[in-house]
Design a protein around this ligand. Structure first.
Ligand code: COA
Length: 177
């Protein structure tokens, strides 16, 4: 799955390549992005963008020739986990819902009827809204380690089944979204 390329209505999802590092850095090196995701430190160094495009198994999201974010499903000891981020200039246009839906469609086609986990920080309603539009449900509170804030912060665990994803996609299609 990580080596795949997916085309959506507006976006191309594909594996990162070294030439993407400048776009990645421009879009992720922003406090409003980094403070919501677990691992990157703040300030976000350019070297980390270089490392990301060399080593990440996530898909980068390309829009009109620019890499504007990334979405990935990582295999963890407790199952598969969805993560995502998008450059602030591109928020609020349905891009992440569109990108994640393409990756999740491929994920369920590939691995079958397993649960997909995710989470979000309690102060991140936009992430929850994206997940909700994809069909995720909340499963309980958790604590998330956020490197950029050097803190463990309250969050919410979420899970998506194939049936809930399909129902959410049907709902979006019938509402014209
Ligand atoms: C979360 C993130 C990926 C969303 O990307 P996006 O492309 O703007 O998402 P979409 O446009 O597909 O959907 C965003 C939804 O959140 C809603 N939203 C945005 N800000 C909100 C807020 N403060 N309160 C409630 N809802 C909010 C939008 O209205 C939209 O819902 P709608 O379609 O019902 O109107 C982006 O904000 C981001 O990268 N944030 C920083 C990194 C991050 O949070 N990553 C996830 C970590 S769990």
């Amino acid at each position: 799955m990580p080596d795949q390329t997916y085309l959506t209505k507006r976006l191309l999802l594909r594996p990162p390549k070294p030439a993407d590092a400048a776009d990645v850095y421009r879009n992720i090196a922003d406090w409003d992005v980094v403070r919501m995701i677990a691992r990157p430190p703040w300030p976000y160094p350019r070297s980390l963008a270089d490392e990301f495009v060399r080593t990440s198994s996530a898909s980068v999201i390309e829009y009109k020739g620019e890499v504007i974010g990334a979405v990935g499903i990582a295999a963890r000891s407790h199952g598969h986990n969805l993560g995502f981020w998008l450059g602030k200039r591109y928020w609020g246009q349905g891009f992440m819902t569109e990108a994640a839906a393409a990756l999740i469609t491929a994920f369920f086609a590939d691995v079958g009827d397993v649960a997909l986990n995710s989470s979000y920080l309690a102060d991140n309603p936009a992430s929850w809204r994206v997940q909700q539009k994809l069909g995720f449900v909340q499963t309980g509170p958790c604590v998330l380690q956020i490197a950029s804030r050097d803190a463990e912060l309250p969050g919410v665990k979420t899970v998506l089944t194939r049936a809930e994803f399909q129902a959410a996609m049907l709902g979006q299609a019938s509402s014209g979204k």
